[in-house]
Design a binder for this molecule. Structure first.
Ligand code: COI
Length: 359
């Protein structure tokens, strides 16, 4: 279906104010955003408008009870200058899975994709060219009913915001495997990309930061034994040449970068296991030298090396990143597929259809 998306352009672009050699993560936003409202059971007011504050009631349900979900995606430019998306269909599918868990309406896949193409096509000049940079895309949906009962909202807003970003973690990270706080338990909302999961991570992450670590490495909620994920990315270990990552069992995010990594590894004949990963196994592998690489993966983080893991009062220095082979190969492959330097034999790249954009 072709949707009619009304477009209102800014009078003056802010593009010339951006220093593309110095872009932090998540602080700069492009000129326009997509906006839609869910009213009376359908998505309406489909529009691309100038990026600007929106009006919210003080009793907006999302503010009080957290009915809010989001996605993180990236657009980059291929070598010939064509803007491209990576697996956008998986992002709308995951958004809708989060929506189901949070009693929110689905966004039709074709509407999501059309809005994305039109918006990114319009903002293509905002895509940074520097290695490690991209146009970050943040689709977000939240409740809009104005009332205080703890109920499912009838109305919602869906926005797609974009902005140029540099690397999320410019340096290898130090992780604290926490044995006091938890991220998600079986039966909870750990698999949904919902705001509350990130809110719940802030206090433990702040405590970790005060102790000199960058992030938490979450362990399971029952035994504080099995590795789950880092708050901002999935986690991978290379032990005895085999890549091991926690299985998705309802408590961790089904990362799309994670999925691509598993696919690339299998394609290259590298052994990979998705299973329960006991933190004591990591301690042991570190001790006996069979742990050769640790890295995180996510849309924002891409592939981020882990420098240190602290567990049970013990700081374990991870092997130096110069010796990492698999993490480098994965990063080069994913970035290369994005830019067109590596043949996209899996058909993951989706060039932005400029002809649909309202220039
Ligand atoms: C992403 O990787 O895009 C995320 O959404 C994680 C984080 C920045 C919250």
């Amino acid at each position: 279906m072709n949707y009619k998306i009304e477009t209102t352009k800014v009078n003056k672009s802010r593009l010339s104010e951006i220093d593309f050699d110095n872009i932090p993560f998540g602080k700069l936003f492009s000129d326009h955003m997509f906006s839609a409202d869910y009213i009376d059971g359908e998505w309406t007011n489909l529009q691309i408008i100038p990026f600007a504050p929106i009006e919210l009631s003080p009793v907006n349900l999302a503010l009080h009870y957290g009915q809010s979900i989001f996605e993180g995606m990236k657009a980059s430019k291929m070598n010939d200058g064509t803007p491209a998306l990576l697996r956008p269909e998986l992002h709308v599918q995951r958004l809708n899975a989060s929506a189901d868990r949070m009693c929110m309406p689905n966004v039709p896949e074709d509407l999501f994709l059309q809005a994305l193409h039109e918006l990114v096509g319009m903002e293509s000049e905002w895509i940074p060219q520097k290695e490690g940079s991209a146009l970050y895309i943040r689709p977000v949906m939240f409740a809009m009913d104005a009332k205080l009962g703890v109920t499912v909202s009838d109305t919602y807003k869906f926005l797609i915001i974009t902005g140029p970003v540099g690397p999320y973690y410019p340096k290898p990270v130090k992780l604290l495997a926490d044995t006091q706080f938890i991220r998600a338990a079986h039966g909870g909302v750990g698999e949904a990309k919902t705001a509350g999961n990130y809110a719940a991570s802030l206090y433990p992450a702040k405590k970790a930061l005060e102790k000199g670590y960058d992030q938490i490495l979450w362990l399971d909620a029952k035994e504080f034994k099995y590795v789950q994920e880092v708050g901002t990315m999935n986690i991978f270990f290379v032990i005895d040449g085999k890549v091991v990552t926690p299985e998705t069992n309802g408590t961790i995010l089904k990362g799309i970068t994670r999925k691509m990594i598993l696919h690339i590894l299998k394609d290259q004949g590298i052994d990979v296991e998705e299973r329960l990963v006991d933190i004591h196994e990591i301690v042991e592998a570190h001790k006996n030298g069979s742990l050769t690489e640790v890295f995180g993966a996510g849309t924002a983080a891409v592939i981020s090396n882990v420098k240190l893991i602290s567990y049970d009062g013990m700081d374990m220095e991870m092997p130096s990143i110069e010796t990492h082979k698999i993490a480098h190969m994965l990063k080069d492959t994913i970035n290369g597929i994005r830019s067109g330097e590596v043949v996209d034999k899996f058909g993951w790249v989706v060039p932005v259809k400029k002809e649909t954009a309202n220039f």
